[in-house]
Design a protein around this ligand. Structure first.
Ligand code: ADP
Ligand code: ZN
Length: 325
């Protein structure tokens, strides 16, 4: 019976499951909605059931599992603590539930780090050893890989680029700090500034793109920028400038070979990358920027589940070594 690994990416709206052989052949992929109302135990039971069905259907044997999940997590104890987008997942023993059902090596990692590992192993980060991944989506998250390893740091908290301070006299962030990168560049905060200025009566095409000001999203802002709207362009330029400051700081600290940017807001494409690349030289003085590739992520919504697969393979190989030596 062929041995396979499972990668699971748990999100606030959907859960992605992928099964691959150890040689890297994808034999199954499933997406389940995160039915928040049924609760954490029932949600995970559905995931366990799906994996069991795939294993029976394909007649393969599970060798290891990688799980990506929104933080905060207690990675050592295998617990989900209380993520803001997974209500009532307080001290939820996710690893124990998987272990009880499958009894194979299991690794839990935060979802930004699994996305980073996904891009590193399967996406825009292939071929590099040191990368920083940034997701600019509803929030701003990130992960750092140095010499092929995720940097965890004390409390497993490293890599939270969204919560580095870029505007100390700015807006309070969900995390409690003031002026985090997230409070300017996250989709919700791009939309917040647009709504505020529209409510103040400033003229803009954005009024015509939505029925009600409250429906404005980061995507609306980008649509209006493409139509040369002045207000949207001001908000967007500010977003790109602060993103450049956040990225410049991390480049100066780490000097990575590549910065990879994903997430819904990054699907603006060159509209984001062109200003970003032109702002960066203003804010980086100590590192040869021409040696730092600034690249779009390649895997879209798949990066997390791909990283979970990579982790599963890694934990399988490590446990194999432990048993054999
Ligand atoms: P999540 O945060 O749930 O992972 P996404 O990565 O899709 O979801 O990010 C959602 C954010 O991306 C929203 O703020 C949305 O307005 C924004 N967005 C989606 N498409 C685009 C686009 N083409 N250009 C700019 N922003 C976009
Ligand atoms: Zn913050």
């Amino acid at each position: 019976m062929d041995e396979v690994v499972a990668g699971i990416d748990i999100g606030g709206t959907k859960i992605a499951i992928a099964i691959e052989t150890l040689a890297g052949e994808r034999i199954a992929a499933r997406r389940l909605p995160t039915q928040v109302k049924i609760g954490a135990y029932a949600i995970i039971e559905n995931v366990l059931q799906s994996i069991t069905e795939i294993l029976e259907d394909k007649q393969v044997k599970l060798a290891a599992i990688g799980i990506g999940c929104p933080s905060p997590l207690d990675i050592e104890k295998g617990l989900v603590i209380s993520p803001s987008n997974l209500q009532n997942w307080d001290n939820f023993p996710i690893v124990k539930l998987f272990k009880k059902r499958f009894n194979v090596p299991i690794v839990l990692e935060n979802d930004a780090n699994t996305a980073t590992l996904g891009e590193y192993n399967y996406g825009a980060g292939r071929g590099f050893k040191n990368i920083v991944y940034i997701t600019v989506s509803t929030g701003v998250g990130g992960g750092i890989i140095i010499n092929g390893e995720i940097v965890h740091g004390v409390g497993w908290g490293a890599g939270e680029l969204g919560h580095t301070i870029v505007q100390p006299d700015g807006v309070r962030c969900n995390c409690g700090s003031i002026g985090c990168l997230e409070t300017i560049c996250a989709g919700v905060h791009i939309a917040r500034r647009a709504k505020m200025r529209l409510a103040g009566g400033e003229p803009s095409l954005m009024n015509e793109l939505v029925l009600n000001i409250n429906e404005v999203t980061a995507k609306t802002v980008v649509e209006a920028v493409r139509k040369k709207d002045q207000l949207a362009s001001e908000i967007w330029t500010e977003t790109c400038r602060f993103l450049a400051i956040g990225i410049a700081n991390i480049i100066t600290l780490i000097a990575p070979e590549a910065i990879i940017i994903g997430g819904g807001v990054a699907s603006a494409g060159e509209l984001l990358f062109a200003p970003l690349r032109s702002f960066l030289p203003q804010f980086v003085s100590m590192i040869p920027l021409e040696k730092v590739a600034v690249l779009p992520a390649e895997l879209g919504g798949e990066s997390g589940v791909c990283g979970a697969l990579a982790l599963a393979k890694q934990v399988y190989l490590e446990s194999y070594q432990v048993y054999e030596v």
